[in-house]
Design a protein around this ligand. Structure first.
Ligand code: HEM
Length: 271
């Protein structure tokens, strides 16, 4: 769909997907919550073994499994990424055993669910700020003009390939104060949102080709991050400093980290 020109095929497939897939975010809630549980379980196991967590790998596995379950109703065929899931039952057991005493870990209360997330305004601002500074698709998806038009005094012929530099838009000095600084607070009392109504922030594009998976994507990111923060304290491996964190990306339509982010998760079982 993303690479189809604007034609009857695109209209049909987009309508189908919006009705049967994208408008059903609430229906996918159990899948998302189940996968977050598995993600936390996987990280818990690594933290118990004092092993570092390759967040790039576990998050890639997490998001592709959700998309697979939502689209096909089941996980993909077994891959190395699925192996961790076998641990899930075992880890659930460990959690449950630890929650037997009144001071133990309470599996039910160990999760932040989608309702809780709605009240997490700072987390939402952190995610918005991340979309501004590090948009997942820095040049969106190439678009094509339907007819000739004039943009900022330039005549643009029909059928011109257009790249929208969402990455640069998020750093525009005319819109953003100190654009290079990561400051989620900038969104408090600011009406700019990423839902396609504000040209100042377009991580999901805008207009008729806007990302139809936006709500699903945001809900997944919010739920996963809230639970990663709620369940663990995160530390850098010994010998690694803040300055060693890098944001280099591999070239491509979507920005994937060049070097994996590997951190140590610390779980306090009695918290
Ligand atoms: C944080 C998560 C996501 C981000 C940042 C994102 C970003 C984008 C962007 C920038 C575009 C191009 C928009 C344009 O050209 O104006 C796009 C298109 C698209 N996205 Fe997403 N997306 C996300 C999640 C998802 C998810 C979860 C799905 C599906 C399950 C999805 C499916 C699509 C499709 C099918 C298109 C093409 C739409 C069309 O051409 O009509 N996206 N996305």
């Amino acid at each position: 769909m993303a690479f189809s020109p604007y034609n009857d095929y695109w209209r049909e497939i987009r309508k189908l997907c919006v009705v049967h897939l994208f408008n059903r975010v609430q229906q996918y809630r159990p899948i998302q919550e189940d996968e977050v549980g598995r993600l936390i379980g996987k990280i818990f196991k690594l933290s118990v073994d004092s092993k570092p967590v390759n967040l790039s790998e576990v998050m890639m596995c997490f998001s592709s499994t959700i998309i697979c379950r939502v689209s096909f109703g089941k996980r993909s065929n077994r891959s190395h990424c699925d192996m961790g899931h076998d641990l899930f039952d075992e880890i659930s057991k460990v959690f449950k055993e630890n929650s037997s005493g009144s001071e133990g870990f309470d599996w039910e209360k160990g999760f932040v669910n989608e309702d809780d997330v709605q009240g997490l305004t700072y987390l939402k601002a952190v995610i918005k700020e991340t979309f501004r500074l590090q948009p997942a698709a820095p040049l969106l998806v190439p678009l094509e003009t339907l007819g000739k038009c004039n943009i900022g005094g330039y005549n643009v012929p029909a059928k011109t390939l257009v790249f929208v530099n969402s990455w640069a838009i998020g750093k525009n000095l005319e819109t953003w104060e100190n654009p290079e600084v990561f400051s989620p607070e900038r969104f408090f009392g600011c009406s700019i949102d990423y839902e396609g109504l504000h040209n100042e922030l377009v991580p999901f594009g805008a207009g008729r080709r806007i990302c139809p998976g936006m709500r699903m994507g945001v809900a997944t990111v919010e739920l996963a991050l809230a639970n990663l923060f709620y369940n663990f304290d995160w530390e850098m491996p010994i010998g690694m400093n803040k300055e060693d964190l890098d944001f280099e990306a591999i070239p491509g339509i979507t920005a994937h980290k060049k070097n994996a982010l590997t951190l140590i998760a610390k779980k306090n079982i009695s918290d």
